[in-house]
Design a protein around this ligand. Structure first.
Ligand code: SF4
Length: 470
């Protein structure tokens, strides 16, 4: 979500005549897009702001701004801790940034635009103060010309006890399906092949338009018809809202990727209840059963929190148990970070010592890596279809070190993903970027499949999906 926000804000500023620079010291305007999910991320922003203090002293006309979740959460506190900051803009006011920056330049007065707190008005008033920011797209600002995020909803109403998102992103609000479809068509015209629908709980999407209720499965069906789009993904799913119509849509529409990110967060029912996640492990298991029944071969990834308040060794073992049982494609594992303003902060002491959190975190990572490596090894000897994204990090590094012969086509290491979100690297011509390429896998690591292009079977611009592993 933050990557998309940054892309859109930079595009809007470019339309107002700004250019990007990679030297913050020389920039006229420096904006930090911020995350509040973990304390560490906020510390990093405050240190980065501190480092700009002298640059601002030397150049008082420099505009320094903080946007996003931390801006919404800390508000004036940012001015107090970093008085050289000129601008604070919450997640619901991003559209105002070009105007506010220009006002600061003209008047040299600090500006702040934030949304209402969840208890500072009626639901309608609070929702109205969080505006989804979805201007028309600037192809130059995407990290990949072939892939794009599309926001389908903002906010969250689940109120997990550890999480700041319901405050920083506001109430759950779904965008109109007609607007989303229009945006996808624009993206397809710009050459995008893969879209990823975004929402904090993306599968909770619902919007009534022209008297008809639209759910995520309907959006998939609508966007499946858009010519040029080959793949449709969505993140992040909420376990309780994993409905059958959605699973059937993934099964029935070939462009829908067989990949789900559905955070379990913990393996112990008592901890889940304390987190107020709204499901038990038996219910999560039932969901996994329906996923596997409806979409055989579907990859599922998860998030976990270790060291949540009062987590016993036995409870921690249960998180390890479910990694073993559900064999997630990968898991993002986070040590619990207490967040002021959340229920967990006011109700439960953050009582698991850091070294225990660290040890449990490492145990989970080791287990997940071993499972990912075993599951990736199953692909050795198979052919997978990859949406080629471009030159891999390794390929870029190698290209800097080796001068190709003049006139020789540069074969280098490329990277892409299968429709099950597995990363694949293989040697090929960078012109393959944006095409669906068939790759025979001959090796793997826990995170990556390694293969060779299957010659003579490369598809350019095709939306057909073959019944192969991936
Ligand atoms: S569902 Fe996700 S975004 Fe919403 S409160 Fe829970 S963890 Fe936060």
């Amino acid at each position: 979500m933050n990557m998309l926000d940054s892309e859109l804000v930079v595009a809007a500023l470019r339309k107002s005549g700004y250019e990007l620079t990679d030297n913050p010291k020389e920039a006229d305007t420096v904006l930090f897009n911020t995350c509040s999910v973990r304390e560490h991320a906020e510390h990093k922003i405050y240190s980065s702001l501190g480092r700009l203090k002298y640059a601002k002293n030397n150049n008082p006309s420099k505009v320094i701004g903080v946007m996003g979740c931390m801006a919404q959460k800390d508000q004036e506190l940012i001015f107090e801790r970093a008085p050289h900051v000129d601008l604070i803009v919450g997640t619901g006011q991003l559209a105002e940034i070009p105007r506010l920056v220009s006002e600061i330049r003209d008047n040299r007065e600090p500006q702040m635009a934030v949304s209402l707190g969840r208890k500072e008005g009626s639901r309608d008033e609070v929702s109205g103060s969080f505006q989804s920011y979805d201007p028309l797209r600037d192809p130059e600002m995407r990290t990949s010309p072939f892939q794009a995020f599309v926001r389908i909803m903002i906010g969250c109403d689940k109120f997990c006890t550890y999480c700041v998102v319901p405050s920083t992103r506001g109430p759950e609000q779904s965008r109109k399906p007609s607007e989303i479809l229009q945006e996808v068509r624009v993206l397809a015209d710009q050459g995008v092949r893969e879209i990823t629908f975004l929402g904090q709980t993306v599968n909770s999407y619902k919007h009534t338009e022209d008297g008809r209720l639209h759910r995520l499965s309907d959006l998939i069906a609508m966007c499946h018809e858009v010519e040029g789009i080959d793949r449709i993904k969505f993140v992040t799913s909420y376990p309780k809202d994993m409905t059958d119509d959605l699973l059937q849509a993934i099964r029935d529409f070939p462009k829908a990727c067989r990949y789900l990110h559905v955070p379990a967060q913990h393996g112990d029912d008592d901890v889940l209840a304390k987190m107020k996640r709204g499901y038990t492990i038996a219910e999560y298991r039932e969901m996994m059963h329906r996923i596997n029944e409806t979409i055989p071969g579907c990859a599922v990834s998860s998030d976990f929190i270790v060291g949540f308040c009062g987590e016993t060794e036995e409870a921690h073992q249960k998180s390890l148990d479910i990694i073993r049982e559900f064999r997630f494609k990968n898991s993002f594992i986070f040590k619990y970070s207490e967040r002021p303003g959340t229920k967990a902060h006011s109700l439960y002491p953050d009582d698991i010592p850091e070294e225990i959190k660290k040890r449990r975190n490492n145990e989970m990572l080791d287990l997940q890596n071993a499972i990912s490596a075993e599951d990736n090894a199953e692909f050795i000897g198979t052919t997978v279809e990859v949406l080629t994204e471009g030159i891999s990090k390794w390929g870029r590094k190698a290209a800097e070190e080796v001068d190709p012969e003049p006139g020789q086509p540069l074969a280098t290491q490329l990277t892409g993903r299968t429709d099950c979100d597995r990363i694949v690297v293989f040697d090929g011509n960078p012109r393959l970027a944006g095409s669906l390429t068939k790759v025979r896998v001959h090796d793997c690591t826990p995170t990556t499949l390694i293969g060779d292009i299957v010659t003579g079977e490369i598809q350019h611009g095709s939306s057909s999906m073959l019944p192969i592993l991936g």
